[in-house]
Design a protein around this ligand. Structure first.
Ligand SMILES: *Cc1c(COP(=O)(O)O)cnc(C)c1O
Length: 422
């Protein structure tokens, strides 16, 4: 039982030689498999939106778009990424609790759907749309009254900066007619991320669809779209199990079908990031030194939490390891416990704590943190200690292509301004 020394069909030695380390490598075939595995099974009326937050690389976005995914963004740069990646404005939704006037105006001008997160934002959208002489079609993000279970990180059902409380909306019966230049057209709820239980996702979806029906009736909104969020998880840690798309969809499709029966013209939307890209990626680092301290082994590598904050085991009290393995060669040496650490001057720069890796680990070896395609470098403190952004490579049809150049000293210092204190 030997693990392959390649990623996406390309030998790891070749990847390291061509692109250097530390390096993120995404296997496009895996992204396609994840997308199609869900798309082919899911109720055909459900539109899948890719949340760029998970991995905003422009080529990753373009690949997912070519497969049929739409896009959900939360900043101007993410919006422009979708435009350059060729996603038409009608297939983009903009969401986020702190949108700027500039972002709102751009969405209104370009015809990007806005998901509004507060009553104050709704007033501003109305004012801006009025100024542009247009009518804004707006989806309201709702923070439901019901508590959410089964999520790794909860975004709804408790006091949150996201969305408008269901209870507050229920006190606004005249909301649909209040704004001259706004047309409310739907509801969205996103309850949390890292859901790994199929039945929880089904239950949440059912409740969000009902919530949308209840609110549209109460507020007098002609329902055009319901976005049930998503937050589909990926198993990272011991004891976790990946979602089974077959099992999920078997339960989910009847819920969507029943909603469609009751609301034949209403668009149904799911949004997700991690589920589509998480499995595709590996974070590859090269061992620089091996050493011992007080009886524990350390492999000190050229990359760490500056590029892969999530590998610390975010959201847990005990540090838990992402799947991690020796990537560049087979070893017959007995596995022993290694702490895999990076170049930062902080003890928390540990991407593998007591990880089982071969006893003969040595400088030059390449270690891979797997399932790292989502929330990688952009969700990490890449400038901490000024090592900068790692290179990113996307493998498409067997060919690795650089999709993000690594930072160098020049690029990192370019934005800094030296004052003359003499
Ligand atoms: C982060 C986020 C997503 C994507 O979450 P995943 O768990 O990566 O699928 C989708 N929608 C909203 C509103 C989010 O904040």
């Amino acid at each position: 039982m030997s693990e392959p020394t390649s990623w996406g069909g390309v030998p790891v030695d070749e990847l390291v030689e061509q692109f250097g380390t530390p390096l993120y490598v995404y296997d496009g075939a895996v992204i396609a498999e994840r997308f199609r595995g869900l798309r082919d099974r899911l109720h055909s009326g459900v539109e899948i939106y890719y949340s760029l937050k998970a991995n905003p690389n422009i080529s990753v976005c373009a690949l997912l778009h070519s497969l049929g995914a739409r896009a959900e963004v939360s900043s101007m740069a993410e919006l422009v990424t979708t435009q350059r990646a060729g996603v038409p404005a009608e297939q983009v939704m903009f969401l986020g609790p702190g949108k700027s006037r500039d972002e709102l105006t751009t969405c209104l001008k370009d015809g990007v759907t806005l998901i509004c997160e507060s009553l104050a934002e709704l007033d501003l959208i109305d004012e801006l749309a009025d100024g542009l002489g247009t009518v804004a079609r707006v989806v309201l993000r709702v923070n439901p009254s019901f508590a959410v279970k089964g999520s790794g990180l909860t975004m709804g059902g408790k006091p949150r900066q996201f969305g408008i409380d269901e209870a507050i909306l229920m006190e606004q019966p005249g909301l649909a007619g209040r704004h001259r230049s706004v047309r409310l057209c739907g509801f969205q709820s996103y309850l949390g991320t890292r859901f790994l239980a199929e039945d929880m996702i089904v239950e949440n979806t059912r409740r969000i669809l009902e919530l949308a029906e209840r609110l549209s009736a109460h507020l007098g909104v002609r329902l055009e779209l319901v976005d049930v969020g998503g937050g589909l998880g990926v198993a990272y840690f011991d004891g976790e199990r990946d979602l089974d798309p077959e099992l999920l969809v078997d339960q989910l499709n009847p819920v969507f079908a029943a909603f469609r029966d009751r609301n034949p013209d209403v668009r149904m939307v799911m949004e997700m990031g991690r589920y589509l890209v998480g499995h595709s990626g590996v974070y590859a680092v090269q061992v620089r030194y091996v050493k011992e301290s007080m009886g524990e082994r350390f492999a000190v590598t050229d990359g760490g939490t500056n590029h892969h904050m999530a590998a610390v085991g975010i959201g847990s009290f005990v540090k838990r390891n992402f799947p991690i393995r020796l990537l560049n060669r087979q070893s017959t040496a007995e596995p022993v416990k290694w702490n895999v650490t990076g170049p930062l001057c902080t003890p928390s720069d540990t991407i593998g704590k007591a990880a089982a890796l071969p006893g003969d680990l040595r400088p030059g070896d390449v270690i891979g943190v797997e399932r790292s395609g989502a929330y990688g470098p952009t969700a990490s403190p890449v400038y901490f200690l000024s090592h900068g952004y790692p290179a990113e490579v996307l493998i498409h049809q067997g060919r690795p292509r650089l999709v993000r150049a690594r930072d160098d000293v020049q690029s990192m210092l370019a934005a800094q301004i030296l004052h003359d204190f003499r």
